[in-house]
Design a protein around this ligand. Structure first.
Ligand code: DAH
Length: 345
């Protein structure tokens, strides 16, 4: 009688399993037929009344029944899992014919727009573009530019040191020394745009990272007139034909004489306004004739060769060109700022 009961339970369990159509329902069937409180297990309580042989036989039947139900439920579970996955994939299918979100086309940071423009102007004058390392040796950043270890000019160019002799370059001027080393005593006419670093508190006009374009010309019979003509042409091409330049005496350890170069204010045409603080001029760069010590240290005879050099602040030119009021904007990657220069690029 009990044997029939087992077969009956198995038959019902299999039929319920067969007709179940979701995982939750299947789990409920599993609990109902295989848990400790299931009907099958309750038959166990009658085992005590049976003879040893019968008990063994009945036990085996019971176990076989449980195994059968479990096997069928597991198979069904696999089948349901596959079916449910297929249904989910079908539901989540992406309709690639829908219009996409609108994305703005990218553009160059004004920093690079200005580098490209300045580079074009100097290429037109016969300069070549050089590159140099941003992680630089003290030797190139200072020593070979006539700034020995105890020179006070180092105070203004404190930087980020990697080791005692390795640092983030404080200006693009070390490329002068690299270019002279490479030229092996031959004439040089190069510019080098790039990033530079200094220990500085960041505010509207200071940034620990900024850009410069270095220029260097070395040849026989180069004089300060060449420097002035080159920079005048640059100023007119960059800021307009009406711009004029003025050279003021200055000091840099690697040039002698050294000059600070101002251009007439584009806002007031040199008459004096708030932008140029009433002077009519705006300072844009430093330069001068290459110091004889620098020529000597880098393999040139100052009796035979002379040269001029200059360094232009990239953000400074961009700020004047576009009326940008804060140097930090170049580095914040705010798309609202960057987007304005896309059209100009
Ligand atoms: N390296 C200087 C600075 O960062 C700028 C400079 C001045 C560069 C005069 C030159 C130069 O090549 O001749 O302050």
């Amino acid at each position: 009688m009990e044997d029939n009961k087992i077969e009956e339970i198995v038959a019902i369990a299999l039929s319920e399993t067969e007709s179940s159509d979701n995982s939750d329902q299947l789990q409920e069937i599993r609990n109902r037929y295989l848990s400790k409180k299931s009907e099958l297990m309750s038959l166990m309580s009658n085992l005590g009344e049976l003879s040893i042989e019968k008990r063994k036989e009945f036990g085996q039947k019971l176990n076989a029944a449980k195994a059968k139900i479990s096997e069928v439920i597991n198979a069904k579970q696999e089948e349901l899992k596959k079916r449910e996955l297929a249904a989910r994939l079908a539901k989540e299918e992406i309709d690639i014919s829908l219009p996409s979100y609108q994305t703005l086309p990218g553009g160059k940071n004004p920093f690079h727009v200005i580098i490209d423009e300045m580079t074009d102007i100097f290429l037109g004058m016969g300069f070549e573009v050089e590159d140099g390392p941003e992680v630089e040796q003290d030797l190139y950043n200072f020593e070979l530019l006539n700034i020995p270890h105890d020179h006070p000019a180092r105070d203004m160019q404190d930087t980020f040191y990697i080791s005692d002799s390795l640092l983030l370059r404080t200006h693009t001027s070390p490329v002068q020394a690299h270019a002279m080393e490479k030229a092996q005593g031959k004439p040089v006419r190069i510019i080098c745009p790039g990033k530079t670093y200094r220990r500085d508190d960041d505010d509207a006009t200071h940034s620990h990272q900024f850009g410069q374009i270095e220029g260097l010309v070395i040849d026989k019979n180069i004089n300060i007139g060449h420097l002035k003509a080159t920079l005048e042409l640059f100023a007119k091409k960059m800021f307009g034909e009406k711009r004029e330049i003025r050279l003021r005496p200055s000091y840099f350890p690697f040039t002698e004489p050294s000059v600070e170069v101002d251009i007439t204010c584009a806002n007031c045409d040199g008459k004096g306004c708030s932008m140029c603080k009433g002077t009519g001029y705006i300072e844009v760069l430093g330069g001068g004739m290459v110091h004889p010590n620098v020529l000597k240290m880098n393999g040139y005879d100052p009796e035979e060769y002379s040269g001029f050099a200059f360094g232009i602040g990239i953000e400074r030119v961009a700020i004047l060109r576009y009326g940008i009021d804060d140097i930090r904007k170049f580095y914040q990657n705010d798309v609202r700022f960057l987007h304005q220069y896309r059209k100009k690029a």
